[in-house]
Write a protein that binds this ligand. Structure first.
Ligand code: FES
Length: 121
């Protein structure tokens, strides 16, 4: 049902936690399942110097947060803003159809954190 990449990121999630002095925070919830994700970003010279996340979600959400944060770390704000849930799901070698909404939490959370940063700067 799940790809090896999903299982690996679920078992060893990258970038879990908070950034105490973050420049932006995105808090999103899924209208499908009610689960939540928080994404924290640290911005330097227009790039995401650090990205962390916490989720109150399922295994697919854990893996999506791990992969999504890895994908945008080091990217410019403009590049990171374009991330989609399908890109996250594809980078995980796919998610089951009924779990695609879980990858929305990662992509939406990252974009929400960037929007928070932009609204402050
Ligand atoms: Fe809620 Fe996956 S079922 S995030």
């Amino acid at each position: 049902m799940y790809s090896d990449k999903v299982i690996e990121h679920f078992q060893n999630p990258r970038n879990v936690g908070e950034i105490a002095d973050s420049d932006g925070v995105g808090k999103v919830g899924s209208s499908v399942c009610g689960d939540m994700m928080e994404v924290y970003i640290k911005v330097k010279d227009g790039r995401l110097e650090d990205v962390k996340y916490k989720t109150f979600g399922c295994g697919a959400a854990v893996a999506s947060g791990s992969m999504g944060t890895e994908m945008v770390k080091g990217k410019t704000i403009e590049e990171a803003m374009k991330i989609t849930n399908m890109q996250v799901a594809e980078a995980l070698d796919g998610l089951p159809e009924e779990k695609l909404h879980c990858s929305n939490l990662a992509a939406d959370g990252i974009r929400a954190a960037i929007e928070d940063y932009l609204s402050k700067s």
